[in-house]
Design a protein around this ligand. Structure first.
Ligand SMILES: [Zn+2]
Ligand SMILES: [Zn+2]
Length: 249
């Protein structure tokens, strides 16, 4: 794996490009996604993986599918996205079952369960065939359920810090419903720390934080605290950031 390009992260839209071959969520306009792929070349894209049906992750899957990009999502996700599309476009949606192995030309892909307020949300474990390197992609989930013997790179949500969220609730910036929704459907910084303590493997080289909340998180603090505890290069993802992964970039 060579690089990940962030085209958008957070509630305004999420989309990442892995090695110009995989689109990870498509929550931006089709134009922005096309412009973000080098050489304006959609033909090199092997697949678009979509974690769940919310618009900030799936906005352009219809358009991508109509340009013959294969859309990989759980059956629940795909059904919610493709129901009103022409059959010709629907056939580009690949229905995934949790924990089963799928493959594209360059990758093996497994979808695992996420905990979010929609039907069959998922995260993904993506293994590059040529190097064996594994990327964990997990967002919009109250907990990360993925287990793997090898994880080299993590692209993960760190939506809020518990204390920050409660402070904002107590001062009236967010209401009770929002507080409950965030806690039940998104990953906290503390949740990520817990996951890293049990699930990190010696292969882990990079942690990329995404879907950071504007009000309830602090990117600089998150990066610093994770680096101090785990000694792993950690980066907050933002629009147009390109993160180098492998050595032969
Ligand atoms: Zn969502
Ligand atoms: Zn989201």
């Amino acid at each position: 794996m060579k690089f990940i390009k962030c085209l958008g992260s957070g509630s305004s839209g999420n989309c990442f490009i892995l090695d110009n071959k995989l689109i990870l969520d498509a929550g931006l306009s089709f134009k922005k996604i096309k412009d973000g792929i080098s050489y304006d070349n959609l033909a090199n894209i092997e697949a678009c993986l979509v974690t769940h049906c919310h618009g900030d992750h799936s906005k352009s899957v219809h358009k991508l599918a109509s340009y013959q990009t294969k859309i990989y999502g759980t059956k629940g996700t795909n059904d919610a996205l493709k129901f009103d599309l022409h059959e010709y476009i629907q056939k580009n949606f690949i229905d995934m079952t949790y924990y089963q192995l799928y493959e594209t030309e360059s990758y093996y892909i497994i979808a695992f369960e996420a905990v979010h307020d929609c039907i069959e949300p998922s995260g993904f474990l993506i293994q590059e065939k040529s190097t064996g390197e594994v990327l964990l992609f997990a967002t919009d989930t109250a907990v990360i359920k993925a287990k793997a013997k090898r994880i080299d790179f993590m692209l993960v949500e760190a939506n809020y810090r518990d204390a920050e969220l409660f402070k904002n609730y107590e001062s009236g910036i967010i209401d009770k419903a929002r507080l409950t929704r965030v806690m039940d459907t998104h990953l906290s910084f503390e949740g990520l720390q817990k996951y890293l303590r049990v699930a990190r493997t010696p292969h882990l080289k990079k942690i990329m934080l995404m879907h950071l909340s504007n009000e309830n998180s602090n990117e600089r603090e998150f990066v610093e605290e994770l680096e101090n505890e785990f000694f792993i290069d950690t980066i907050g993802m933002a629009k147009n950031k390109i993160v180098r992964l492998g050595r032969d970039w």
